[in-house]
Design a protein. Structure first.
Length: 274
């Protein structure tokens, strides 16, 4: 019951935020970044379905670039947006070839698609001397240094950073925006407005995050390499949405009732015919 109540509460809060973001737009957004296409031009995720994309990534577009003090380089990585249409557990996986060690972040934008943010918003400048989003903070919460160019109420319309996954090395000090970059799957969401927990895993050439009860709405992603010593290479992005176990159980019960009614109806018709 507690989990069900938390899920309903999360949905209600999400609905309020989505309503607000639909009615408001960022006065600063100037399409600082563009977006990559999905296979079949399908970026809407429905219950029980999946969407995918393929691209080629540079070796350190996400992290581990010494010229940027290990921070992300927005113009060399790959940006995607997708719309989740149903409350579901959503798995995001990036699988690369032998030369690509992927990293990615997922952000929530609520009722509107990510607008691309604003170049150089607020004069943000990294420790390495680069402005946003040429260099930006891919692992920090909205409002942290290096995120204002994309944050709602500032240069963009991103509401919350949900989580990130890094298959390359960690960097915990001396980074361009003072951010921490940890190997593995990382839940950095500050609320349960858009999900009820994040898990995942990483390998040498793969990274994944699973979002429990991901709320309906728009989300943005950034993908890039996390190991400057590699050559980079091709990768595949795959996102799938599955109902929770209790939803499956309810579905099976419903199908059983339908089958039982059809069976009894058939018997009744046979009796009438006889």
């Amino acid at each position: 019951m507690k989990k069900q109540f938390a899920r309903i509460t999360s949905m209600l809060i999400s609905a309020v935020i989505i309503s607000i973001t639909v009615l408001s737009t960022s006065a600063h957004a100037a399409d600082a970044v563009g977006f990559k296409p999905w296979t079949g031009d399908n970026n809407e995720l429905n219950l029980g379905s999946s969407i995918s994309a393929t691209e080629t990534g540079l070796q350190s577009a996400y992290s581990d670039n010494p010229a940027l003090n290990n921070s992300a380089w927005a113009h060399t990585g790959d940006w995607y947006t997708f719309k989740n249409n149903s409350l579901a557990d959503v798995a995001v996986t990036v699988s690369g070839d032998s030369g690509f060690a992927p990293g990615f972040t997922v952000w929530a934008t609520g009722g509107t698609e990510f607008d691309g943010g604003t170049t150089g918003f607020g004069g943000e400048l990294s420790a390495a001397g680069f402005g946003t989003p040429h260099s930006f903070n891919a692992t920090g919460a909205m409002g942290d240094a290096g995120t204002l160019w994309m944050a709602s109420g500032n240069g963009g319309n991103v509401l919350e950073t949900l989580g990130y996954a890094v298959s390359g090395p960690s960097h915990t000090i001396g980074n361009g925006w003072g951010e921490t970059i940890h190997t593995g799957a990382n839940d950095i969401s500050l609320t349960n407005t858009f999900e009820n927990g994040i898990s995942g895993s990483t390998g040498a050439n793969s990274a994944s995050l699973v979002f429990n009860d991901l709320a309906p709405g728009w989300y943005a992603m950034y993908i890039g390499g996390t190991n400057n010593a590699t050559a980079g290479g091709a990768f595949e992005l795959h996102i799938s949405a599955v109902p929770e176990p209790e939803t499956y159980a309810m579905l099976l019960v419903g199908l059983g009732l339908v089958a039982w009614r059809l069976k009894n109806r058939g018997k009744a018709l046979n009796n009438v015919a006889a």
